[in-house]
Design a protein around this ligand. Structure first.
Ligand code: PMP
Length: 364
């Protein structure tokens, strides 16, 4: 009975849950490490946690459907007006709002070959045609993506840094690309991992909004801000686009606990800096470990690395699972030899590397 786009849909495959793996192995959940969903290994910010606890006192009230306090804080931080913001139940929600608002069964939606799985899934769900553009050096081939835009194209998705490859796009390349895309096509610049960028070479998408009224920048509290469980993300765009997105969203799409925690965490600059430091160190630790094991990896600007295990990645993934280490197999992304490993705490990274060495030796 489902509509055609939905009938053929392959569901999003999240990272395997800790409890499930613990049960399969007969271990306690604390004995399992999960480096599979690009989560923040630090645990939540104490400021966010305190605000979330206080918000529980009002559990019987509806949340503020317009997210007044969070929008005030965010707009001041980003140098935009509150009217330019759309809040979402995670940035996934916002990505979906863009697709529902701007694409239908007559439309094409362009993304890169190794792109976040939600772009093709949500595109297909509205009956639009997804156009996957071959990648270059694992990253976006922006020239080819601009070439793929035609009169049916409504949306182009660009992620910077990209998931699952961790590749990054510099300012000049993005500006050139935006100049080539007609203004009646929405460009979504997905900046879920932008807080992990190390230098100014990479653009802050919000700074490009003034010159590009068709640009929608999406961000999240799930990664560097450490609030993945609460599901809060947002879009920054022109006020006109935000008005459209806010018309299609559910009236109370972000709950009160999430709003309170996200508002509070923006005051915890120390937490953000610790997130960045742990990530910087962890990326180096993992990369050095892969080099010792003689494995190629894709240098990453995110909080994860895709490593080429030189053989069928699913066998290595299964071997790591048996050691109680959950990572993400990339076969579903068309990268059958790669595993995507999220950056953990130093001891978690070390245990993951040890387990990887053991599994690779056992398969040789
Ligand atoms: N965009 C990208 C590129 C992602 O990798 C993710 C999370 N995996 C998201 C968006 C969505 O994250 P969230 O819904 O938690 O904000």
């Amino acid at each position: 009975l489902a509509v055609p786009g939905v009938r053929a849909l392959q569901p999003y495959q999240p990272g395997k849950p800790i409890d499930e793996v613990a049960r399969e192995l007969g271990l306690k959940p604390e004995q399992i490490i999960k480096l599979a969903s690009n989560e923040n290994p630090l645990g939540p910010s104490p400021k966010a946690l305190a605000a979330a606890r206080t918000a529980l006192d009002d559990l019987c009230l509806y949340p503020d459907g317009n997210g007044f306090n969070l929008k005030q804080k965010l707009s001041a931080r980003l140098g935009v007006t509150p009217e330019q913001l759309t809040l979402g139940n995670g940035s996934n929600d916002v990505l979906e709002l863009v697709i529902r608002a701007f694409a239908d069964s007559e439309s094409e939606v362009v993304f890169s070959q190794y792109a976040f799985a939600v772009y093709p899934i949500s595109t297909q769900a509205v009956g639009a045609r997804g156009v996957s553009v071959p990648a270059r050096d694992w990253g976006h081939d922006l020239d080819a993506m601009a070439d793929a835009v035609n009169e049916r194209t409504r949306i182009v998705f660009v992620a910077n840094p990209n998931n699952p490859t961790g590749t990054a796009l510099g300012r000049d390349a993005l500006v050139r690309f935006l100049a080539r895309v007609p203004e009646n096509v929405i460009v979504v610049l997905d900046e879920a991992y932008c807080e992990y960028f190390e230098d100014d070479e990479f653009p802050d998408g919000v700074s490009l909004l003034a010159d590009h009224p068709n640009l929608v920048v999406t961000r999240t509290f799930s990664k560097a801000w450490g609030l993945a469980a609460l599901r809060v993300g947002y879009a920054v765009s022109s006020a006109d686009i935000a008005d459209v997105l806010n018309r299609v969203r559910q009236p109370f799409n972000v709950d009160s606990v999430a709003l309170a925690a996200a508002t509070a965490v923006l005051d915890d600059e120390d937490y953000l800096q610790r997130s960045r430091q742990v990530n910087r160190d962890g990326l180096k630790q993992l990369a050095a470990g892969f080099e010792t094991l003689g494995l190629d990896y894709i240098p990453s600007s995110g909080n994860f690395i895709a490593v080429d295990v030189g053989r069928d990645g699913s066998a290595v993934f299964e071997g790591l699972l048996r050691q109680g280490v959950i990572v993400r197999p990339m076969g579903g992304y068309g990268m059958p030899q790669h595993l995507r490993i999220s950056v953990g705490l130093p001891e978690e990274n070390a245990r993951c590397l040890e387990a990887l060495q053991m599994v690779l030796e056992s398969l040789n």
